[in-house]
Design a protein around this ligand. Structure first.
Ligand code: ARG
Length: 481
């Protein structure tokens, strides 16, 4: 690590150990594109408002474009500076010489980093929202194909009531829709531009934040500079949305891990997503789903880490905030990577309707349906509950499932358990008879899936309107100056 070359990084007297300790470049070099786009907008504004001469602004912007192109081509080696902001400034100086010194007019790294981070969070949230809403639509399509598969639902991991596989898929669709809504909220939280508040109190130079706002496609500018430089709420919002997605993805993973065990046998994973063991030749393991579940620890840890970093800081900017970098920068790849593997894996899970149906019968899961059939005949629910409970115990004693109970045996418990009443024990009928909204009944499931599809489409369209960094680069580099 070379010594700090710029005064901003501490000046020539700074101990190399302290420089190394304080540098965030190894992480925030990932923010290079955000930093370049932010600087291109800033210098365009400086030129247009006359804060710096137009010719210098043009030279600086052309220099930043050149740095972007070299980064794109893979030929850029960033100088060893404290952070990406200083590295870009030093690189710009190498590229265009003296005018580079004008770039940082009316700007601090405090508003610069806040801008880079907002651009970053906005980009990740938009990309993730697009992928997540696509995934929800894939889930809906798959659910429609699986509507006739009946399996047991679980409460307390004990077989509960029969449901359709479409209903099971819709349950995760509904959870992921909330994650999509959370990502849309993140986009809302990123709509104000931090740039222009300077170090904390603004600038006495005649800048115009409206110009940078428009160039960087924000909907407004932040309200208070002192708040702006210390604010990482938008990053916390992304980390929370990501954690919540992982909580849902890991619950889905656990279901699939369980369903694909020999004990459940409801599903199997195709060879291209399951993994072997280095020792046990027979193994076909659900590592993909275990890894998604495992990575949720990272996502939640990152949220806790950043919350702890910002807690108790005094007002304004504090260097502690640089420690946002690891948690935040890890989040994009974590979220996008797991999402895309999940989208690859789910179509490669095959359900076995026969095995699922055995689970329904063996678990006495139609017991509540039988009780409700007695209620329909006028029996108070508590009485029906007892009658069916007795029938279940009688069956268990004799090693039968409910469908194997004879009419005689049932009527010995209660005469109202006639053949017609017992016919509700047929699993698909049990599902079909559910009529309430949000239930596993076919009409309700159809309505749920249609609603998920429609809401996912709207949110996906919202994601598509967010300008990407490459688009900002193209539009700002071509804007008037
Ligand atoms: N390196 C810091 C970061 O990227 C920015 C520096 C903030 N300002 C300061 N005076 N040290 O978060």
């Amino acid at each position: 690590m070379t010594l700090a070359k710029t005064e901003a990084s501490g000046g020539p007297g700074l101990l190399p150990e302290v420089m190394a300790f304080s540098s965030s470049l190894s992480l925030d070099r990932q923010l290079l594109r955000e930093d370049l786009v932010g600087s291109m907008a800033h210098v365009t504004m400086l030129g247009r408002t006359g804060v710096i001469p137009l010719a210098d602004a043009r030279a600086i912007r052309a220099g930043l474009v050149e740095v972007w192109k070299r980064a794109d081509a893979g030929t850029l080696t960033l100088p060893n500076e404290e952070d990406v902001h200083m590295a870009v400034e030093v690189e710009l100086n190498r590229t265009i010489g003296a005018p580079a010194a004008l770039l940082h007019s009316a700007r601090s790294r405090n508003d610069q980093v806040a801008t880079d981070l907002r651009l970053h969070v906005r980009e990740i949230a938009a990309v993730a929202l697009g992928a997540l809403t696509d995934f929800i639509q894939e889930l809906v399509t798959r659910a429609r194909l699986e509507k006739d598969v009946i399996l047991p639902s679980y409460t307390h991991r004990q077989r509960a009531q029969p449901i359709s596989l479409a209903y099971w898929m819709g349950s995760y669709g509904a959870a992921f829709l909330r994650d999509a809504q959370s990502l849309a909220f993140v986009l809302e939280q990123c709509k104000l531009l931090p740039l222009g508040v300077g170090a904390i109190s603004g600038s006495s130079l005649p800048i115009d934040r409206e110009v940078t706002r428009q160039l960087l496609s924000f909907e407004g500018v932040t309200l208070n500079g002192m708040d702006t430089v210390g604010d990482r709420d938008f990053a916390l919002d992304l980390l929370y949305a990501t954690s919540k997605f992982f909580v849902h993805a890991s619950r889905l993973s656990t279901d699939l891990i369980d369903f694909s065990t020999q004990e459940f046998g409801f599903a199997s994973l195709s060879g291209d997503i399951s993994m072997g063991s280095s020792m046990m030749p027979q193994k076909k393991n659900p590592d993909v789903f275990e890894l998604i579940r495992g990575k949720s620890g990272k996502a939640i840890g990152n949220l806790m880490g950043l919350l702890t970093t910002v807690k108790g800081l005094p007002g304004g900017y504090n260097r502690d905030l640089q420690e946002d970098r690891a948690s935040l920068l890890e989040t994009g790849p974590l979220l996008l990577g797991s999402l895309s593997v999940l989208r690859l894996a789910l179509p490669r899970v095959t359900f076995h309707p026969e095995k699922c149906r055995v689970g329904v019968d063996e678990g006495f899961t139609q017991a509540t349906d039988l009780a409700e059939a007695l209620v329909k005949k006028g029996m108070p629910f508590r009485k029906a509950y007892q009658v069916v409970g007795s029938l279940v115990r009688r069956c268990q004693e004799q090693g039968l499932n409910l469908r194997q109970a004879s009419v005689e045996m049932a009527q010995a418990i209660d005469p109202s358990l006639d053949a017609v009443t017992l016919s509700v024990l047929e699993p698909s009928g049990a599902v079909a008879r559910k009529l309430s909204a949000g239930s596993t009944g076919p009409a309700a499931v159809q309505a749920t899936l249609a609603s998920l599809e429609a809401q996912a489409k709207v949110l996906g369209a919202r994601a598509a309107t967010v300008p990407r960094l490459t688009q900002l680069y193209a539009s700002i580099s071509g804007s008037s100056l």
